[in-house]
Design a protein around this ligand. Structure first.
Ligand SMILES: NC(=O)c1ccc[n+]([C@@H]2O[C@H](COP(=O)([O-])OP(=O)(O)OC[C@H]3O[C@@H](n4cnc5c(N)ncnc54)[C@H](OP(=O)(O)O)[C@@H]3O)[C@@H](O)[C@H]2O)c1
Length: 304
């Protein structure tokens, strides 16, 4: 069993992973597309998994087995990123329970958040997150919803120096917070941001995504389906024939619109269902829409 990164391994992982071609991460299967984390050059598979609400369950054998299957589908397809938060109640513990019995920890990129006020409380919460997820090293620690950013970034950077955290980041999930996020991106120069972006919420295109590119910040996208609402908008409608070369489902249509934006590093749709995970993973391979097609997708969606 090789479940935990040691600190030494975490510090050297960036260089080792950067040396791998994207395809090597996925074995013989069609390899999942990867982006490159600007601060390190480490490849990051473009499809991840959100855990808000869908991993907030009792750790019964049946609930854990389903989520383990979902996580194994992700890693078997070359994906790695799980996104969680102490705000998501039992999700961090469920991640720990899912990965405890033998999952190869190095196949996972564990992203969580700090969501409290004050430096001491933040450090306590980060320690607790590591305990709950049963990991010595957290791959990405994000300040959740820009809550007490300055203090938490200080702690996160100290932990990075000690090899307990690999990357730092800031998150939000509403367009109303984009102005504050832009300010903090300039002030704190995080390695990652996580923000809402989808066919239903395109405001990040205006300034957040261009600034992330300019500053060399990796971008995780949350709410890719607007918490499921996008499926309601296309209910009963067939996927247009011009989308057939790149999307076999509405889920793939929505996800490929997102990952074809050049500033996007990884999208984190949440699901509690194995067949939805398989569907979402389908967006990680094959053709992507070009600029003209992205425009057409946006127009199509606006006309619904
Ligand atoms: N402030 C923050 O940092 C912040 C805020 C919001 C979200 N997030 C992160 O982003 C993640 C994603 O956002 P979200 O959870 O709000 O919503 P989302 O990913 O936009 O949508 C999730 C919903 O879509 C459904 N779904 C997933 N795949 C599907 C498919 N292929 N076909 C049909 N339905 C599908 C899921 O239901 P099933 O379970 O039935 O599949 C679930 O109800 C969160 O889980 C969290 O990790 C972070």
């Amino acid at each position: 069993m090789n479940r935990n990164w040691t600190r030494r391994e975490a510090i050297s992982a960036t260089a080792a992973l950067a040396a791998l071609p994207g395809s090597a991460l996925a074995g013989d299967k069609p390899s999942m597309r990867t982006s490159s984390i600007p601060s390190s050059g480490e490849p990051l598979p473009v499809i991840g998994l959100g855990t808000y609400s869908v991993f907030d369950v009792e750790s019964t054998a049946a609930e854990i087995a389903t989520r383990r299957e979902i996580v194994e589908l992700l890693t078997d397809s070359g994906g790695s990123l799980l996104d969680t938060s102490p705000m998501y109640n039992r999700s961090e513990k469920v991640i720990g329970d899912v990965i405890a019995p033998g999952t190869d920890r190095k196949k996972l990129f564990l992203a969580t958040k700090v969501w409290t006020d004050g430096q001491a409380a933040g450090a306590r919460q980060m320690r607790r997150s590591a305990e709950l997820m049963q990991t010595e090293v957290i791959d990405l620690m994000q300040v959740h919803n820009l809550r007490d950013t300055a203090l938490h970034m200080e702690t996160i950077r100290e932990w990075q120096d000690e090899g307990r955290i690999r990357y730092n980041g800031l998150t939000h999930y509403t367009a109303g917070a984009h102005a504050a996020l832009l300010r903090e991106m300039q002030q704190f120069k995080p390695e990652f941001i996580q923000i809402n972006y989808s066919l239903g919420e395109r405001e990040a295109e205006d300034r957040v995504l261009p600034m992330a590119r300019d500053l060399g910040i990796a971008v995780l996208i949350n709410r890719p389906f607007q918490a499921g609402r996008l499926f309601g908008a296309v209910s009963g409608k067939a996927i247009p024939s011009w989308a057939a070369p790149f999307a076999e489902s509405w889920g793939q249509f929505f996800l490929k619109f997102i990952i074809s934006h050049p500033a996007v590093s990884c999208v984190i749709p949440a699901t509690s269902k194995t067949h939805h995970m398989i569907d979402n993973l389908g967006a990680g391979t094959g053709e992507l829409p070009d600029n003209a097609t992205r425009k057409r997708m946006a127009e199509f969606f606006a006309d619904l």
